[in-house]
Write a protein that binds this ligand. Structure first.
Ligand SMILES: Cc1cc2nc3c(=O)[nH]c(=O)nc-3n(C[C@H](O)[C@H](O)[C@H](O)COP(=O)(O)OP(=O)(O)OC[C@H]3O[C@@H](n4cnc5c(N)ncnc54)[C@H](O)[C@@H]3O)c2cc1C
Length: 512
C-alpha cells in the first residue's frame, strides 16, 4: 500500500521549479503554492506587478495535494449553523461565493485547457440515525434559502441503509495537483517566477514593504501574501483557528461500480465518500476520508488506530478489491465557522493571510486567492467583509474559542512539569518515538527500523509546546498549533518557522 496521497501518482511529468538562490525586490510575494497561492497568482498575472511564488516544498505538497478533490457549495459547518451564528444574508453570501468559486475553477480549466479530470456531478448528505434527521432537514431548508436547488432523495448511490438524504446537483470533482501544475505552467509562460524548496524563515512588515528571509535569499516585497494554510510565525489568528488531522484511504472496488458523487455520512464519525478517476475520465477509485482529531492528540496517542477506523468503515460498506493509498492531512477549523481572509492583523498594511477553511478549502482557497488578489490591488469585492480577518464575532466564536484555547492551555500545564515518557533509550523499540528527559532538557527520540536513534528537541519552536509522536506518519506533531516535524526535526507544515534542534549522538554514546 502506498502511504502518499493518490494525486502524487497521477502527474505525468512532475515539473520542477528551482529553489530561490538570489535576493529579490518585487511588488508581490506569494508564499505557498497550494490552491490559495496559485489562484492569487493567476488573478494577479494581468496586474503589471512583479510577482513571485515560493513554496517550502513543492507545488501542491500541502493539503491541496492531499485533499479528496471535491468541489461543492455545502460546508461542514452547515449553512443553518452559519445563519444561526451570523444571519441568513451571510449564509447566502457564503453559498453564492462558493458557487462562484466552482464556476471560476471550471472556467480557468477551460480557458487554459488544463487536463485535470474536471467533471460536474452531485453532492449527497445522509444519515441513518433518527436523531440526525433534523440536521438534514435544517440543512435542506438552509440550502434552499441560499438559492441552491437541493432535493430530498431516496436514491443514494450506495447500498448502505439510510433514513434521510438530500442531493445537490452540479457540484464537481477534479484532480487538484494537475490543476495546480496547469496553473503554474500558465504563470511561468506569462513570465512569473515560481520557486520550490524555498521555505521562509522569517517575515517582517515595514511601513511600505515587507522583508522576507529564506535560508538562501532576502526578498523585499511591497505586498506579502501568506498563502500557507495557517499564517506562519506568530499571528493572533492562531487563537482563532485550530489544527486537525483527518485520514483518507483510496481503494479499488471489486465490482468496478463506483458511486458517482461526493457523499457525506454525517453520523459520527463523519465520513466523506467520493469516487474519482486516476487513469482518465472513467471512475476507477473510491476515496473515503474523515475521523479527524486535533493534531497531536489522537485518542490514546495511537494514530494508526484512527487510520484503521477509516479502513474498517470502507470494508464494511464496500466490496473492496484493494486499498491502494492511505494518507492523512491537516485542516484548520475556525472559531466562528468561517474562514479568515485578509490583512494579517489590525496593524498590518501589507501582509495578508487566509486560513480556517476546515475541510472545504479547495473552494474557500479559490475564494481566498481571488479576494487576496483584489485586496492587494485595492479592488472592492462584495465578499470581502464576510471573510475579513478582523471581524469581531464573540457570540459566534465563544464556545469553540474557549474550548480550543483551554485545550492548548491544558497541554502547557500538563506538559511542563513532566510528561516524560521514558528515561531509558533502551525502552524505545524500533518504530517508536518517546519523550526523554536528559539534564533538564526534553528530547523527542525515535528509534528507526534499522535501530538508529534520532534525537531532536521536544519543544516546538513555534510556541514551546511539547511535541507528540505520530505513529502512523512517523512524525513529531505539536498538539497546540499544529506544527509538524520529521524525525530529524525538519518542518513539514504548520506555523513553525524554525526546525527542532537536533542533537546527534557522539560515537560510542548511542545506546543500542
Ligand atoms: C483529508 C482532507 C481532505 C480534504 N478534501 C477536500 C475536498 O474534497 N474539498 C475541499 O474543498 N476541501 C478539501 N479539503 C481542504 C482543502 O484541501 C484545503 O483547505 C486547501 O487545500 C488548503 O489550500 P491552501 O492553498 O490554503 O493550503 P495548502 O495546500 O496546504 O498550501 C500551503 C502551501 O504553503 C507552503 N508553506 C507553508 N509554510 C511555508 C513556509 N514557511 N515557507 C514557504 N512555503 C510554505 C506549503 O508547503 C504548502 O504548499 C480537505 C482537507 C483534508 C485534510
Amino acid at each position: 500500500m502506498n502511504k502518499q496521497p493518490v494525486w502524487l501518482h497521477t502527474l505525468d511529468v512532475q515539473q520542477k521549479y528551482p529553489p530561490l538562490k538570489t535576493s529579490l525586490d518585487i511588488d508581490i510575494l506569494i508564499v505557498g503554492a497550494g490552491i490559495t497561492g496559485l489562484t492569487a497568482a493567476i488573478q494577479l498575472k494581468q496586474s503589471n506587478k512583479s510577482i513571485a511564488v515560493i513554496d517550502a516544498h513543492t507545488i501542491g505538497s500541502g493539503t491541496t495535494g492531499s485533499s479528496t478533490a471535491n468541489l461543492y457549495v455545502p460546508v461542514q459547518n452547515y449553512y443553518h449553523q452559519i445563519a444561526a451564528k451570523f444571519n441568513w444574508q451571510v449564509a447566502s453570501q457564503v453559498a453564492q461565493s462558493r458557487k462562484a468559486a466552482i464556476d471560476y475553477i471550471e472556467q480557468l480549466i477551460s480557458q487554459y485547457n488544463i487536463n485535470c479530470s474536471f467533471q460536474r456531478r452531485p453532492w449527497y448528505m445522509f444519515t441513518k440515525l433518527p436523531e440526525n434527521r433534523l440536521t438534514i432537514e435544517r440543512e435542506f431548508a438552509a440550502l434552499t434559502y441560499c438559492d441552491m436547488p437541493v432535493d430530498f432523495t431516496h436514491d443514494l448511490p450506495l447500498t448502505k441503509p439510510f433514513t434521510k438524504a438530500i442531493k445537490l446537483d452540479n457540484q464537481a470533482r477534479f484532480n487538484p495537483l494537475r490543476y495546480l501544475y496547469g496553473l503554474a505552467e500558465v504563470l511561468v509562460k506569462n513570465g512569473e517566477r515560481i520557486y520550490e524548496q524555498t521555505p521562509i524563515v522569517s517575515h517582517k512588515e515595514y511601513k511600505d514593504y515587507c522583508v522576507i528571509e529564506t535560508p538562501t535569499a532576502t526578498i523585499k516585497a511591497r505586498k506579502l501574501l501568506l498563502a500557507t494554510h495557517i499564517p506562519v510565525g506568530f499571528n493572533f489568528l492562531q487563537l482563532k483557528v485550530y489544527p486537525y488531522r483527518s485520514y483518507a484511504v483510496a481503494a479499488r472496488l471489486a465490482q468496478d461500480k463506483y458511486p458517482n458523487g461526493v457523499i457525506w455520512d454525517i453520523d459520527s464519525p463523519h465520513f466523506s465518500i467520493s469516487s474519482h478517476s486516476i487513469t482518465g475520465e472513467a471512475l476507477d477509485l473510491l476515496i473515503l476520508a474523515g475521523n479527524h482529531h486535533k493534531t497531536g492528540q489522537a485518542k490514546h496517542c495511537c494514530h494508526k488506530k484512527q487510520q484503521q477506523i477509516v479502513e474498517a468503515y470502507l470494508k464494511t460498506h464496500f466490496d473492496v478489491a484493494s486499498i491502494d493509498y492511505e494518507w492523512s492531512a491537516q485542516h484548520y477549523q475556525s472559531a466562528d465557522g468561517l474562514p479568515y481572509i485578509g490583512l494579517a492583523s489590525r496593524f498590518s498594511k501589507n501582509t495578508y493571510v487566509a486560513t480556517g477553511y476546515a475541510t472545504d478549502g479547495l473552494t474557500y482557497g479559490t475564494i481566498a486567492g481571488i479576494l487576496l488578489a483584489d485586496k492587494v490591488q485595492a479592488k472592492v469585492n462584495p465578499w470581502a467583509d464576510i471573510y475579513k480577518t478582523t471581524r469581531f464575532t464573540p457570540l459566534a466564536s465563544a464556545v469553540k474559542f474557549t474550548k480550543e484555547n483551554l485545550n492548548v492551555l491544558t497541554h502547557y500545564l500538563a506538559d511542563y512539569p513532566g510528561n516524560v515518557e521514558s528515561q531509558d533509550y533502551l525502552a524505545i523499540k524500533p518504530g517508536e518515538g518517546k519523550i526523554i528527559e536528559e539534564q533538564g532538557e526534553k528530547w523527542a527520540v525515535h528509534r528507526d527500523e534499522n535501530n538508529q536513534l534520532h534525537r531532536v528537541s521536544a519543544i516546538c519552536t513555534h510556541m514551546k509546546c511539547l511535541v507528540k509522536w505520530n505513529d502512523a506518519e512517523k512524525t513529531w506533531d505539536c498538539p497546540c498549533h499544529g506544527s509538524r516535524f520529521t524525525i530529524d526535526g525538519e518542518i513539514i507544515e504548520g506555523p513553525a518557522l524554525t526546525p527542532l534542534k537536533k542533537k546527534l549522538f557522539h560515537r560510542g554514546e548511542e545506546p543500542v
